[in-house]
Design a protein around this ligand. Structure first.
Ligand code: ADP
Ligand code: MG
Length: 291
């Protein structure tokens, strides 16, 4: 197998038939603010779902390619990326990479089913795709159409949106069944949430009528400060969206993980942040099944 990663990813084999736990879900993780833990959450939730035996696809829709990097892949060394897919120069199946799956979770002393973790990687070239897409008819649907060829092979597709409400994020929202909004609880000003909800409303009106807001997650949470709790309360009250629990604690273990090409679940498996992401993953999977 062709080795491409900083820590050993391989080119994904052609998607195989899978037995699904439940209907496949595509979840876009979006917030136009940078630094709210979109990328961290996509990676951690993806790993947590793979620990529970799910077949997971991570989609890096950010030209900064932070998710690709955090997964141990050097974006500059890639020959094919999501950029080529969106420009229709490559098939999505040719761009997919297989990441090392995590150890399955044990229950009652028995190991669970082994999940899989694939990545549709990004490179800085994707910044150019934004301009290209703007001149095209049907530009909002390009990702949705590309992913439609592979989504059936997965239980969960997680899309890491860029920090803007531009055409790439619109593509992410148009391709998704649900949106998850990470909230960074270090500032009371969450005005961006209102703008994001307006954009979601537009997407519902024009390109994806069935798009649902799954809820928000509180990230970089410092439970010792009143501000963190007030921020969550304010978002609940002002925007009427559910903030899922548990909140993800701020921890140096999370911040250290990307440089090692791993998620916090592998880097510090028993940390409170890793456990919080595991609980959240369980909640997000519970929608359609009870495992
Ligand atoms: P975004 O994708 O929204 O821009 P990132 O996921 O890249 O945000 O996170 C921004 C920064 O915060 C990164 O350096 C990341 O490692 C760090 N970070 C994310 N979550 C936590 C956390 N729970 N504790 C400490 N640092 C975190
Ligand atoms: Mg990011």
């Amino acid at each position: 197998m062709l080795l491409v990663g900083r820590v050993g990813a391989t080119v994904a084999p052609p998607p195989a038939e899978v037995t699904h736990f439940s209907p496949m879900t595509t979840l876009a993780v979006a917030n136009q603010k940078g630094g709210v833990a979109k990328t961290t959450s996509v990676q951690a939730l993806g790993v947590a779902m793979a620990e529970r035996g799910r077949k997971v696809l991570l989609v890096d829709l950010d030209p900064q390619a932070s998710l690709t990097w955090a997964c141990g892949i050097d974006p500059d060394a890639l020959e094919i990326s999501i950029h080529d897919v969106l420009l229709k120069r490559a098939k999505v199946s040719d761009a997919l990479l297989s990441l090392e799956p995590p150890e399955p979770i044990e229950s009652d002393g028995k190991k669970g089913r082994v999940g899989t973790l694939d990545l549709l990687p990004s490179t800085i070239d994707l910044a150019g795709a934004e301009l290209h897409l703007l001149t095209k008819t049907g530009r909002e649907y390009v990702l949705r159409k590309s992913l439609s060829k592979v989504v059936e092979s997965y239980d969960m597709v997680l899309i890491d949106c860029p920090p803007s409400l531009g055409i790439l994020t619109i593509n992410g929202l148009t391709a998704a069944d649900e949106v998850l909004i990470p909230l960074q609880c270090e500032s009371l000003s969450q005005r961006g949430v209102g703008q994001l909800l307006d954009t979601i409303e537009d997407v519902r009106d024009y390109t994806n009528r069935d798009l649902k807001v799954r809820g928000a997650i509180a990230t970089l949470f410092d439970g010792r400060t009143k501000l963190a709790h007030r921020t969550v309360e304010q978002v609940r009250r002002e925007y009427g969206i559910e903030v899922l629990e548990p909140y993800v604690p701020k921890s140096v273990k999370v911040a250290e993980a990307p440089a090692r090409g791993r998620s916090v679940l592998t880097h510090a498996p028993r940390s409170r942040s890793a456990e919080a992401y595991r609980e959240l993953a369980k909640t997000l999977l519970k929608r359609n099944d009870k495992s």
